[in-house]
Design a binder for this molecule. Structure first.
Ligand SMILES: [Fe+2]
Length: 179
């Protein structure tokens, strides 16, 4: 974990600030667009969480995913935690279909997560801010990621980091909006 309050950028398009090991502030800002270019945004988690939207509107899309030899996407998983390589590993082809979407507005709290619960979150406003609290963890599970561009190598979520000072200024701007 980064030390508390150090922002880092997730390639799916949000600044992440750890308030504690189990509590994160997520900021989707139009000034920090997503950098992952391989359509590798759909994922599951090894934990469940509750998330409260503090600013803006969040688009939450849900997907059904299963491995299949004639799939329409590639399924990857996180590397073994603590191993020398924490890079992503290809599982193989999968079928991925969109189940639907829910739009969560400021003041709303929703719960999601757990292995096999695939989703993608993106802002439906110039700025969207959430506070996410982990509620349980499945030890040993390695989170999975769907890449819609079959045959592409996907980059790690944190490979491309913007200037840290720029992120700190954006976090400060959001904090001032919240108080
Ligand atoms: Fe997620």
């Amino acid at each position: 974990m980064n030390k508390p309050l150090t922002p880092r950028f997730h390639g799916n398009g949000f600044i992440q600030v750890y308030m504690s090991p189990d509590v994160r502030l997520h900021i989707w800002s139009k000034d920090f667009p997503a950098t992952r270019v391989q359509n590798a945004r759909i994922h599951d988690h090894r934990f469940t969480f509750n998330s409260t939207v503090l600013i803006g509107t969040l688009r939450h899309e849900m997907f059904a995913v299963k491995t299949h030899h004639d799939g329409n996407a590639d399924l990857w998983q996180q590397g073994t935690p603590g191993s020398k390589s924490s890079r992503l590993e290809l599982i193989g082809p999968c079928l991925c279909s969109r189940i639907g979407a829910t739009f969560y507005e400021a003041g709303t709290t929703y719960g999601y997560g757990n292995p096999g619960m695939f989703h993608d979150s993106s802002p439906d406003s110039d700025l969207a801010v959430t506070m996410m609290v982990k509620t349980s963890v499945v030890d040993g599970y390695r989170a999975q990621i769907v890449c819609l561009d079959q045959g592409s190598d996907i980059e790690h979520a944190f490979d491309n980091q913007p200037d840290e000072q720029d992120m700190r200024e954006e976090v400060g701007r959001v904090m001032r909006l919240l108080i």
